[in-house]
Design a protein around this ligand. Structure first.
Ligand code: NDP
Length: 288
């Protein structure tokens, strides 16, 4: 059993605290709006009056608030208690924000580990939940058994920004899927059909197309966009153009597909129309 403090009891922080209590840890909690701590107190948590009191109560403090502005405000209130403590920040943010907070916490004498939660609150403590970590490896090793109570723990390395970068990259993949689904749904709905009835076609299609990703990743990693091309970018750009055109004809906003069409057009204009769609990453990689 470890002594763990949780700062921030929104949907996610409350799920983290409740899981740690359920798994037998001694949990201290703090939240800006104190009333949100009460259900956790009923479940066995100790309520701290201030962030500093919470940090002082445990060897390990987990911070999970809405964004880095809030995270900065909370840890600033706890700064005098941080020396010699371990701080794990699971607030979603950018790699730069993570590194800045790590430097600040280390200056105050705390060890810092950053994390990205790849789960929604009901998944915490259940199979399928994953939390990515990066930063101080000794902290990760010290508390891995406690962190494993929350989710599968994956340590990415001592570059503090990596967990945030991988978290956002995974979310980018997810939002690409959601955006494509919403656009596909709008096209289907424009015919008066139900989106739910379209899913038996869409789901296996997405699964089949996911199967092409290892080949695309290999082409990207080795810079071989012209190797064994089955579907050229020039051909695929016509499909993209047709999606945009059909959207307008059907009264559907083409806004989702147009950026991809523009990226493909730039790659083709640079002479790579016969290459694979993997080559579009070379345009994306370059800051405009
Ligand atoms: P909520 O909106 O449910 O809770 C926000 C929390 O931040 C509350 O505890 C709130 O306190 C606190 N907060 C906001 N502003 C301040 C401030 N200025 N000072 C102190 N505390 C503040 O968010 P979630 O719990 O869902 O999300 C927390 C983090 O977890 C986010 O970074 C999110 O991206 C991440 N996450 C969430 C997931 C989800 O599905 N919910 C999934 C994966 C990651 P108060 O109660 O006083 O308002």
């Amino acid at each position: 059993m470890s002594r763990i403090s949780v700062l921030g009891l929104g949907a996610m922080g409350a799920a983290l605290a409740a899981t740690l209590i359920r798994k037998g840890h001694s949990v201290t909690v703090w939240n800006r709006t104190a009333a949100r701590a009460e259900p956790l107190a009923s479940a066995g948590a100790t309520i701290a009056a201030t962030p500093a009191e919470a940090v002082a109560a445990s060897d390990l403090t987990i911070l999970c608030v809405v964004d880095y502005a809030a995270a900065g405000a909370v840890v600033a209130e706890a700064q005098d208690a941080l020396r010699g403590r371990d701080l794990v920040n699971l607030t979603n943010g950018t790699p730069r924000e993570a590194k800045k907070l790590a430097a600040w916490a280390e200056e105050k004498g705390a060890a810092y580990l950053d994390g990205g939660i790849m789960a929604i609150p009901p998944m915490i403590g259940e199979a399928g939940a994953l939390i990515l970590y990066s930063g101080t490896d000794a902290l990760f090793e010290r508390h891995k058994p406690s962190l494993d109570a929350l989710a599968e723990s994956r340590y990415l390395g001592d570059d503090t920004g990596l967990a945030a970068l991988y978290d956002l990259a995974l979310l980018s993949g997810m939002y690409g899927l959601f955006s494509g689904f919403l656009h596909a749904g709008a096209l289907v709905a424009s015919s008066g059909r139900r989106v739910g009835d379209f899913l038996p076609l869409l789901l296996p299609w997405i699964e089949a197309m996911s199967g092409t990703l290892p080949d695309l990743a290999d082409k990207i990693d080795n810079g071989l966009h012209d190797r064994s091309v089955v579907s050229s970018l020039a051909m695929q750009a016509i499909a993209l153009e047709n999606i945009a055109k059909a959207s307008t004809e059907q009264g559907v906003a083409p806004d989702f597909i147009e950026p991809m069409l523009r990226l493909a057009a730039r790659r083709i204009a640079e002479g790579h129309g016969s290459g694979d769609i993997s080559g579009v990453i070379e345009v994306i990689r370059r800051k405009k």
